[in-house]
Design a binder for this molecule. Structure first.
Ligand SMILES: [Zn+2]
Ligand SMILES: [Zn+2]
Length: 102
């Protein structure tokens, strides 16, 4: 009876899933990257996930903690790897509500 189909249990993942729902990811800010605006404290104008420098016009995703990544990179990270910011480990889902944002 026992076989290797135990994986089907993952369909019933608990609400404490480490992943971010698609609709939450899509609600995060996105902006086009501009080198003109990169004169503030950013030492490395590069994506911490793929380690590639941003190019003018790249879509960058801005997390509630204000860290920025390629939209494509952070989307994959949040949806498939973990719901925390890869840099400061802030929980993307809870940040929104803890900081009363008007
Ligand atoms: Zn990237
Ligand atoms: Zn962060």
């Amino acid at each position: 009876m026992d076989d290797i189909n135990g994986q089907s249990l993952s369909l019933l993942s608990p609400p404490s899933s480490v992943h971010v729902p698609y609709q939450v990811v899509d609600a995060l800010s996105v902006k086009p990257y501009s080198k003109m605006q990169n004169h503030f404290n950013q030492e490395d104008p590069q994506c911490c996930i793929c380690l590639v420098e941003y190019e003018d016009g790249d879509e960058v995703r801005v997390l509630p903690c204000h860290h920025e990544f390629h939209k494509t990179c952070i989307d994959e990270w949040l949806k498939n790897v973990h719901r925390i910011c890869p840099v400061c480990r802030d929980d993307v889902c809870k940040s929104g509500s803890s900081h009363a944002k008007r």
